[in-house]
Design a protein around this ligand. Structure first.
Ligand code: FES
Ligand code: FES
Length: 156
């Protein structure tokens, strides 16, 4: 089957690729671009481990065709660090022990980032809704909510 040309921006950089029409964005990020911070958990849109931000909105990359990304701006967990410094959300997750194995963490952090970018001062309820698509099999969610709350507080 013919490949499809896709021009997109990944973590601020222009990327041109030829992808199979049925290639998942998850596989293109991980295998073609080496961005393995985005994880595959369920592969069917239920766990949120594969979450990235596309044009400001969270997207499950296991359900997204790479071919549909032409002209889009994609941010992955690798795009959050600046000048070798962790993003404040990453720092807060560490401080609040909001992770154990860390498999769900990139997805949770991307959901938190999309929330705080659009609503810098969310309520606890809004935080819970924003991360409701991200499943964690290890730890409680309270620490995650606390970490996100702290970032919101500090940005006031
Ligand atoms: S791997 Fe995409 S939602 Fe689970
Ligand atoms: S920290 Fe292990 S799945 Fe969330």
């Amino acid at each position: 089957m013919d490949k499809v040309k896709v021009n997109m921006f990944v973590n601020g950089k222009p990327v041109s690729l030829e992808v199979k029409p049925y290639a998942r964005l998850l596989d293109v990020l991980r295998e073609d671009l080496g961005l393995t911070g985005t994880k595959e958990g369920c592969g069917v849109g239920e766990c949120g481990a594969c979450t990235v931000i596309v044009d400001g909105e969270t997207v499950n990359t296991c359900l997204t065709l790479a071919a549909s990304m032409d002209g889009k701006h994609i941010t992955t967990i690798e795009g959050l660090m600046e000048n070798e410094k962790l993003h404040p959300i990453q720092e807060a997750f560490i401080k609040h022990n909001a992770l154990q194995c860390g498999f769900c963490t990139p997805g949770l952090i991307m959901s938190a980032k999309a929330l705080l970018d659009s609503n810098p001062n969310p309520s606890t309820e809004q935080i819970k809704v924003a991360i409701s698509g991200n499943l964690c099999r290890c730890t409680g969610y309270e620490q995650v909510v606390d970490a996100i709350k702290e970032v919101a507080e500090k940005s006031k």
